[in-house]
Design a protein around this ligand. Structure first.
Ligand code: FRU
Length: 540
């Protein structure tokens, strides 16, 4: 059956756009002219390779690990197989960034061994006063990770005295051993009030997390447990705990993040409450489930220790254990999300975690189009398209009409289609009747590698003024959507056919006002000028 969508193409919009530019103060930027001196390494031009999300040059990557800011660098360690695209030989890969946008991949940080020991997920801290006694100077980086074998998981530490470039495993490892097969993913942070280190670590099979404390990172004392609560339908992994002011609430609260992995696929939830240095107490009822991201592909997200300006910054693995091992790529497998800033805000239903892409990403913006006050309606104008692209940022603010008493509207659904071409699209929409933000990747390209991949997902995003905001990041094989200023986030991998690069607004039923629309083409972070490329080739 033919879909009853109507399209408003950018060909028509671009006519309007000339008018818009003439009547707004904003100056249009020129389309970027391909500069012959700008080159992108061939490794970053493979099919589906993301242009501004971090992925390693080759091989398998999953969880972000050891996120820490130290001496001007944001460190991103990650679960990495140095030998191939399978989840095996788990080690810590390493990348650094000065601005959370451009990442430089460095040599392997922590490798496997002795014996069959693999280096599973964990965190890193700046041991500021050499509390461990393991620093050569007054401070150093200490990584706290899970050493994994088929029969045992224990917590180990390793030390770096050269800004994370090389690591020495502590000779008296493990620092925490419960003789358990499943006990992993320690997140350690400094608890200033009691001048001690706190660890939150997962007991996956029990669907619980435990808290420990230490004054020296080597001796750990049990404090308490939390869980099972919220969603306990699958194993719990990769916890994180941080404190934030509630933006409009005048108090501080703690957010506990938990990744969990039921048969239905990987997911993340959070709890809001208090942490008194020993115990986390949930402010909400035990069975309330609060999701971090309502898409299919945002897992194991954790936050940076020691971020400047007290920002809580996080990043997550853009995948799902349901199909991560089957994604249709060859030389590399796995990508991280854009870096997000987490905040807490009070809504009518309670305090919720809000997330938005970091502002630093704005430096990637190039060609830009801006429109004010368009109306999209049933009339189709889909023939010619002038804006296209697969690395885009889109900010759209829609407003629909509805009966003020009943809330009923002629409008059924509206939004933006990306990765669009003949017979293919990824739909980011708003479903008026259910008041939901929706992403549909059922017809998004290669979906056949796993039966659970083609899905349409929806998340409740009620609006009381009929206004819907979408902030969308599109990058070759991913879509991240932030709805109503970060109230909801939805992240997805997409594997579109080549040349499916059109963008279209659509409405199904009635007419919708687009109060404002901005589209930018975004630069690749792997671009190098000829001079930089020659310099790094000479250095290698
Ligand atoms: C989460 C996870 C962690 C574990 C790591 C292994 O994705 O399963 O619990 O430490 O991946 O790579």
């Amino acid at each position: 059956m033919k879909k009853h969508f109507t399209y408003f193409s950018f060909s028509l919009i671009s006519l309007l756009f000339i008018c818009c530019f003439n009547c707004t103060s904003e100056k249009p930027q020129q389309e970027t002219v391909t500069n012959p001196e700008i080159m992108v390494d061939s490794a970053y031009q493979q099919p589906f390779r993301l242009a501004y999300h971090f992925s390693p040059e080759k091989n398998w990557m999953n969880d972000p690990n050891g996120l820490v800011y130290y001496q001007g660098e944001y460190h991103l360690f990650y679960q990495y197989n140095p030998e191939g695209v399978a989840h095996a030989n788990m080690s810590w890969g390493h990348a650094v960034s000065k601005d959370l946008v451009y990442w430089e991949e460095l040599p392997l940080a922590i490798g496997t061994g002795p014996g069959d020991e693999q280096i599973f997920s964990g965190s890193a801290v700046v041991d500021i006063n050499n509390t461990s006694g393991l620093c050569e100077g007054s401070d150093c980086l200490v990584a706290i990770y899970t050493a994994h074998t088929d029969s045992l998981q224990t917590q180990h530490i390793a030390v770096s005295n050269d800004k994370g470039r090389t690591w020495t495993k502590y000779e008296n490892n493990p620092v925490l051993d419960l003789h358990m097969k499943d006990f992993r993913d320690p997140k350690v942070f400094w608890y200033e009030k009691e001048k001690k280190w706190v660890m939150v670590v997962a007991l996956p099979q029990q669907k619980m997390v435990s808290f420990y404390s230490s004054t020296n990172l080597t001796n750990w004392k049990k404090l308490s447990d939390f869980g099972p609560q919220g969603d306990a339908s699958g194993i719990w992994e990769c916890p994180d705990l941080f404190e934030l002011p509630v933006e409009n609430g005048g108090v501080n609260k703690w957010a506990l993040l938990v990744s969990y992995n039921p048969e239905t696929g990987s997911d993340m939830q959070y709890f809001i409450g208090n942490f008194d240095g020993k115990k986390f107490t949930n402010d909400n009822s035990d069975d309330l489930i609060l999701k971090v991201d309502d898409g299919e592909d945002f897992y194991a997200a954790v936050t940076w220790n020691n971020s400047p300006d007290d920002r809580i910054l996080g990043i997550g693995w853009l995948s799902n254990w349901k199909y991560a091992k089957q994604t249709p790529v060859t030389a590399w497998r796995g990508a991280q999300s854009v870096v997000r800033q987490f905040t807490l805000k009070e809504f009518p239903e309670g305090i919720r975690l809000v997330q938005n892409p970091v502002q630093e990403l704005e430096k990637l913006r190039t060609a830009h189009q801006h429109f004010d006050n368009l109306t999209i309606s049933e009339k189709s104008n889909a023939e010619e398209l002038t804006i296209s692209g697969t690395t885009l940022e889109i900010i759209a603010e829609f407003e629909y009409q509805a009966d003020s008493i009943t809330g009923l509207s002629d409008v059924v659904e509206f939004g933006v289609m990306v990765f669009k071409g003949q017979d293919q699209e990824t739909i980011i929409g708003y479903d008026v009747a259910s008041q939901s933000l929706v992403v549909d990747r059922t017809n998004s390209g290669d979906t056949a590698f796993n039966a659970s991949f083609p899905v349409k997902e929806a998340t409740l995003m009620p609006t009381d003024d009929y206004t819907v905001k979408m902030h969308i990041y599109v990058d070759q094989s991913s879509v991240e959507v932030f709805g109503n200023d970060g109230y909801k986030a939805m992240s997805f991998r997409i594997f579109p056919d080549p040349l499916k690069d059109q963008v279209e607004l659509y409405v199904n039923g009635g007419a919708v006002a687009v109060r404002s629309l901005d589209i930018w083409k975004l630069k690749s972070i792997w671009e190098k000028t000829e001079i930089q490329a020659t310099a790094s080739a000479t250095a290698e």
